[in-house]
Write a protein that binds this ligand. Structure first.
Ligand code: SF4
Ligand code: SF4
Length: 126
């Protein structure tokens, strides 16, 4: 999630709104879908992730083998799931699809209630 601001403006001086003072005069927002709507429909819960990292702190696989378990900068079980969405089965396998023990400690810790172990189990039958 990214938070962007509107064009530059300030009311610092006598509470009079002035535009174009310190930054962008114009903000252009271009949204590209790139398959996201389909991914959200199929794996919606995964996109609730806020990247807090609680799931990897308790993960016995991540705490044992580290960066090898996960996908690029998406570490641990959530990385395994994201690799499947972003690159497909081969990448998901390489990220540790069958290394996960399905213990569910990540799911217990996740503040967003993402059932990571259940997703991974589902991916194994894909
Ligand atoms: S279910 Fe898998 S990803 Fe989650 S804590 Fe256990 S080993 Fe780690
Ligand atoms: S605990 Fe949940 S919200 Fe936090 S990084 Fe892991 S999957 Fe994302």
């Amino acid at each position: 999630m990214n938070v962007i601001s509107s064009p530059s403006k300030t009311a610092d001086i006598e509470q009079i709104l002035l535009k174009d003072m310190y930054g962008a005069r114009r903000v252009v927002l271009i949204l590209l879908d790139n398959g996201r709507r389909k991914a959200i429909k199929e794996n919606g819960e995964c996109f609730l992730c806020i990247g807090c990292g609680s799931c990897i702190v308790t993960c016995p696989i991540y705490t044992t083998i580290g960066y090898e378990f996960g996908y690029k900068r998406h570490l641990g079980g959530r990385g395994v799931i994201l690799s499947s969405i972003i690159e497909g089965n081969k990448s998901c396998f390489d990220s540790g699809l069958f290394t996960c023990t399905l213990c569910g400690l990540c799911t217990v810790e996740c503040p967003m209630g993402i059932k990571i172990n259940q997703f991974i189990n589902k991916l194994r039958y894909k």
